[in-house]
Ligand binder design. Structure first.
Ligand code: PLP
Length: 340
């Protein structure tokens, strides 16, 4: 199977499995797991924060961040398209009693700061109290500019808000900007990062922030059942993912570019080449049903996400030949359709 559905599908490398088998472990709820402690210290240093926390998932890291910054009856500003608004089961509202205030994202994925300013509630007992702005980078594969992120932080400082980044794919953003990761992360009070996407770990995310934020998050992680015992088994793979994963993301971006160029030549599909900035490629079907194309590809052993638009994600476990096989299979699908 060639799997273009997501960069979450990568399998741990032999090196990761070896490190997992050999990992020194302890009970992380007691703070005794040396491999988890080492990953958290390494991550905090690498991303320029005081402290880090290993979490079960990116969803959990975002939840802990929002709940660390906001209390019951507070609110956070986020994009209408934000993962932590749309795709996390409403966790901040359900578990944290924190109200989301979504704002329509601009075409580049940013949140217009004048719209954010207008959404901040006055200090009046009718209203929830606005505490936090949450951004996402990359968002739908698009990269927020460094300049925008600097402005967003100045905006938050001006209005007494905290600034969180859902950085599930923030290393893809750094690669696309040709900058060090800290040039992005320095603007935020907290950042979540997925180890289990393009970086290639089997399980796990990180939350980064000040000692204070991470201490609160650690308490909340226990509360939501995220305290894991000999988690060093996972942290061992996570450390390899964080150390080595970023180096090969450019290859995923290059493969996404060649896939975009190939798709753009298929007239039954509509592709905006400018929208491919990292490892995610979108296309719309001009004719026929996306689900028919998906089913045809599945018969050829190729998996894609048949949403509207179609989505293709490149990652470590697909290479240039796989991209070519995908393009060939799509062309065959439309040729057979035309012939019939
Ligand atoms: C995948 C993803 C998450 C959540 O990660 P899980 O580990 O799947 O819970 C959060 N935000 C963004 C932008 C993501 O792409």
């Amino acid at each position: 199977m060639i799997d273009f559905r997501s960069d979450t599908v990568t399998k741990p490398t032999p090196e990761m499995r070896e490190a997992m088998a050999r990992a020194e472990v302890g009970d992380d709820v007691y703070g005794d797991d040396p491999t988890v402690n080492s990953l958290e210290a390494y991550a905090a240093d690498r991303l320029g924060f005081e402290a880090a926390l290993l979490t079960a998932s990116g969803t959990q890291a975002n939840l802990l961040a929002i709940m660390s910054h906001c209390g019951r009856g507070d609110e956070y500003l986020c994009g209408q398209a934000a993962h932590n608004y749309r795709y996390e089961g409403g966790g901040a509202a359900v578990l944290g009693s924190v109200q989301p205030q979504p704002i329509e994202n601009e075409p580049d994925g940013s949140i217009n700061l004048d719209k954010a300013r207008a959404a901040i509630k006055a200090d009046d007992f009718h209203f929830a109290m606005t505490r936090l702005l949450s951004l996402e980078n990359t968002i739908g594969g698009k990269v927020l500019s460094l300049d925008y992120q600097r402005q967003a932080r100045a905006f938050c400082d001006e209005h007494g808000l905290q600034l969180h980044l859902d950085g599930a794919r923030v290393f893809n953003a750094a690669v696309a900007c040709h900058c060090d990761i800290t040039e992005i992360t320095r603007h935020y009070h907290s950042v979540s990062v997925c180890l289990s996407k393009g970086l290639g770990a089997p399980v796990g995310s990180l939350l980064l922030g000040s000692e204070d934020v991470i201490q609160r998050a650690r308490r909340l992680r226990k509360m939501v059942g995220g305290g894991m015992r000999q988690a060093g088994i996972l942290a061992a793979a996570g450390k390899i993912a964080l150390g080595q994963g970023p180096r090969r993301l450019q290859e995923d971006h290059d493969n996404a570019q060649s896939l975009t160029a190939g798709l753009a030549e298929i007239r039954q599909l509509e592709v905006d080449p400018a929208s491919t900035q990292t490892n995610i490629v979108y296309a719309r079907c001009r004719v026929g049903q996306a689900t028919d194309l998906r089913d045809h590809l599945a018969e050829q052993g190729i998996l894609i996400t048949a949403g509207n638009p179609l989505r293709f994600v490149t990652h470590r476990d697909v290479n240039r030949q796989d991209v070519d096989r995908l393009l060939t299979a799509i062309r065959q699908f439309y040729q057979a359709k035309q012939a019939s």
